[in-house]
Design a protein around this ligand. Structure first.
Ligand code: ACO
Length: 360
């Protein structure tokens, strides 16, 4: 019995390969580094969707139209939804979308987090939601819908790099959840809702908010060693470190560090915050190595995600929703790939409960 399904291969995929030994990520034949340097999120989406949907002549234009369509759903938002944390409010809004399986349903699901997260943040703050612009890039439009200002090229590039970095990542917990639901032949909205629910836990996509809590608690580079030692002595996990598959540094951490540096070069990140993060990372790596010499624990994607999304102005409660904005492309492609196998995912359990008593 293998409770965490470690090393169990449960699907064949053409979508991505996570090479945990060498710290490499391949997405449909391209290395993550190459995609981060050269592709926008829309390009990666086209790569993930290729062969799973009839391709439209212009995916950016179709996605822009989907954002406009999704914005109309905000007219009927139940005020009770606004009292929920952003990721839960977004899940409630996505649950109202049709459970179709064609390209337009897929693009509405991709558009949903990009439109709903900025709108929910504004509505919760008593402001009105800002309508999307079809001709903008997905990243630039999201930032403008949140603040009302045109983002700088560096801010747009940083969010684009983030979305590309998290677009797909093998059979992680949320993607597996999407595939299980797709295997029952439920629609794509059902798959995305299952995946989003799996994503929000702190051991998966819920970690970057707590990374910032950790930076706040460590407070200064000088204080970081004592604070981290106390956390580890209490048996706490350091958020943003460790991974089920990577035994070396998560390649996504470096992709995002480069995006953070891009923002730093444009003066769009507080240098003291960056210095604190670098000190916490260094200290955490040293102390984790000393505490667990046999289990390599390195920086994962969530550590620099936290700094990046904070610098772009997203509040920490919205980080999981922004993660979903990128990963939704992978969830949908995996759901389609699973559905094409026609095979229901149905493992077995080992019964360890009592047996019925024999009649006296
Ligand atoms: N801090 C301190 N100790 C850790 C950490 C950490 N971040 N991660 C693992 N360990 C320790 C565990 O306590 C365990 O010790 P033990 O053997 O004494 O009990 C040992 O390392 C092995 O840990 P496992 O739980 O077996 O490792 P698993 O493969 O399940 O963990 C996980 C992967 C869940 C990501 C883990 O490293 C963790 O909890 N990290 C912190 C949360 C986090 O950053 N999550 C985001 C992951 S990236 C993503 O999902 C997008």
């Amino acid at each position: 019995m293998n409770a965490g399904l470690e090393d169990v291969v449960a699907a064949s995929t053409v979508l991505s390969d996570v090479d945990g030994k060498n710290g490499r990520l391949i997405i449909r034949g391209s290395s993550l580094d190459d995609l981060v340097a050269n592709a926008r999120y829309e390009n990666v989406l086209a790569l993930l969707f290729a062969g799973f949907f009839p391709q439209t002549p212009s995916l950016p234009a179709a996605l822009g139209a989907a954002r406009a369509e999704i914005f109309d759903h905000l007219i009927t938002v139940d005020p009770a939804v606004l009292t929920l944390p952003p990721v839960d409010a977004m899940r409630a809004l996505i649950a109202r979308l049709d459970d179709g399986d064609d390209l337009s349903a897929a693009l509405r699901l991709v558009a949903a987090p990009a439109v709903f997260i900025p709108a929910l943040l504004r509505l919760k703050a008593g402001k009105s939601a800002i309508a999307p612009k079809r001709a903008s890039s997905h990243a630039a439009d999201t930032l403008r819908m949140m603040t009302g200002d045109i983002p700088s090229p560096e801010q747009t590039a940083a969010l684009d790099r983030y979305l590309v970095t998290v677009a797909d990542h093998g059979l992680n917990a949320s993607t597996f959840a999407a595939r299980v639901v797709a295997s029952t032949r439920a629609g794509m909205t059902s798959s995305v809702l299952a995946a989003l629910s799996a994503l929000k836990g702190p051991l998966h996509g819920g970690a970057p908010g707590p990374v910032l809590d950790m930076l706040d608690a460590a407070a200064t580079p000088d204080n970081a060693p004592n604070w981290i030692a106390a956390e580890l002595a209490r048996g706490e996990r350091l958020m943003g470190f460790g991974h089920r598959v990577y035994r070396v540094r998560d390649p996504r951490a470096d992709a995002l560090k480069s995006a953070v540096r891009l923002l730093a070069g444009a003066g769009a990140i507080d240098p003291a915050r960056l210095a604190l993060a670098e000190a916490v990372e260094r200290t955490a790596l040293d102390q984790l190595k000393a505490k667990k010499p046999d289990r390599p624990l390195d920086t994962n994607v969530e550590f620099y995600t936290a700094l990046l999304l904070e610098a772009l102005g997203f509040p920490r409660q919205a980080f999981t929703g922004v993660f979903a904005m990128g990963r939704v492309g992978g969830w949908i492609a995996h759901a389609r790939e699973q559905a094409e196998t026609g095979r229901l995912i149905r493992p077995r359990s080992l019964y360890i409960g009592p047996q019925p008593q024999a009649a006296a």
